[in-house]
Design a protein around this ligand. Structure first.
Ligand code: IPM
Ligand code: MN
Length: 350
């Protein structure tokens, strides 16, 4: 079998970090003897400014023919905020029904964390973020726009089916991860009394009936931010809605060493999934060979897990861990190595 991989370098430093990921992919494919075919897609701010094109329905049909998608970053400062985000990233997530956003928060040895007295033993959990509903649906609008009486609404959409498939994925993931077997629902039941009541009822119903061995916990999202800093070891797997998941995973990225190392996957367990570093396009570092490619290489590790190439994925993780011991910092420009040297270091240790 030859894996078909769609590659979207994207904006800013996206193409540079993806190039390092592809370098590592070539190394593991050689070692583990699998074949793949790459096809690049130019979904960028630059192309949009030139042609007005974003991701079309035909592009989506094309993407459906791939096994996986490997994405660098979206966001171009020359384009008004929201256009590329909606027209490329959210378009793909929604159209391919990638209803899970999986974001591991794992601190590797030798990586600096801003949390004093916490290390790899304490910072090791995974966030399962719902990825197709909530505030991201775009329900709402303006009334009397531009007038002093203007009203803007933005409604969070939560469906029983959407919540249930996300919860089931999270329970299964907790079972498979097989660490503390604890799943924490993160919400705001004290204020968002409709949406998170539905989440909470579904959480306990499904857990009680089908996952009696998984310990169920609940935490408000504001308290969760506090615990991430104070006692990150309390978490094993977290499940939450789209907006809260977006917010807490930036905090999660910081405690695991920063955006330079945080990877994620947009997963449709029955369809085509897309893997990406969770940070942005970091435009000011573009073309300088200083950005950290480890987040993109971590996304490649997740991509290989999705393909079922578990041994290759484990080797990529080993390579990342080794690179961490050789780097001075995870931050752009301070790594003590260039972008390409980090990629070389990982690839050489496969
Ligand atoms: C992320 C990003 C996106 C999101 C933006 C770029 C739309 O912040 O992947 O976390 O909010 O999901
Ligand atoms: Mn985000």
């Amino acid at each position: 079998m030859v894996y078909k991989i769609a590659v979207i370098g994207g904006d800013g430093t996206g193409p540079e970090v993806i190039a390092e990921g592809l370098k590592v992919l070539a190394a593991v494919a050689k070692k583990h003897k699998f074949e793949y075919k790459l096809e690049e897609f130019d979904f960028t701010g630059k192309r949009y400014l030139k042609t007005g094109k974003l991701v079309s329905d035909e592009d989506i049909e094309k993407l459906k023919t791939f096994d996986v998608i490997y994405l660098g970053a979206v966001g171009d400062p020359a384009v008004k905020p929201g256009i590329i985000e909606h027209g490329v990233l959210l378009k793909i997530r929604f159209a391919l029904d990638q209803y899970i956003n999986l974001r591991p928060v794992i601190l590797y040895p030798n990586v600096w964390t801003p949390i004093k007295d916490k290390g790899p033993a304490e910072i090791d959990f995974v966030v399962v973020r719902e990825n197709t509903e909530g505030l991201y649906v775009g329900t709402g609008g303006y009334l009397k726009k531009g007038s002093p009486d203007e009203v803007a609404t933005q409604v969070s959409v939560n469906t029983r089916k959407g919540i249930e498939r996300c919860l089931r994925y999270a329970f299964e993931y907790t079972k498979k991860r097989n660490k503390r077997k604890q799943l924490t629902l993160v919400g705001k039941t004290n204020v968002l009394t409709y949406a998170f009541d539905l989440w909470e009822r579904a959480f306990h119903e499904i857990g009680q009936k089908d996952y009696p061995d998984i310990k169920r916990e609940y935490a408000h999202v504001d308290a969760t931010c506090m615990w991430f800093v104070k006692n990150p070891e309390w978490f094993d797997v977290i499940v939450t809605d789209n907006m809260f998941g977006d917010i807490i995973t930036d905090l999660g990225a910081m405690i695991q060493g920063g955006m330079g190392i945080a990877a994620g996957g947009n997963i449709n367990p029955e369809g085509v999934s897309m893997f990406e570093p969770i940070g942005g396009s970091a435009p000011k570092y573009t073309g300088q060979n200083v950005i950290n490619p480890l987040a993109a290489i971590g996304a490649l590790q997740m991509l290989l897990e999705e393909l079922g190439e578990d041994k290759a994925a484990a080797d990529v993780e080993k390579g990342i861990k080794y690179a961490c011991t050789q780097m001075k910092s995870m931050s752009a420009g301070k790594m003590g190595m260039s972008t390409t040297e980090v990629g070389d270091t990982v690839a050489a240790n496969i």
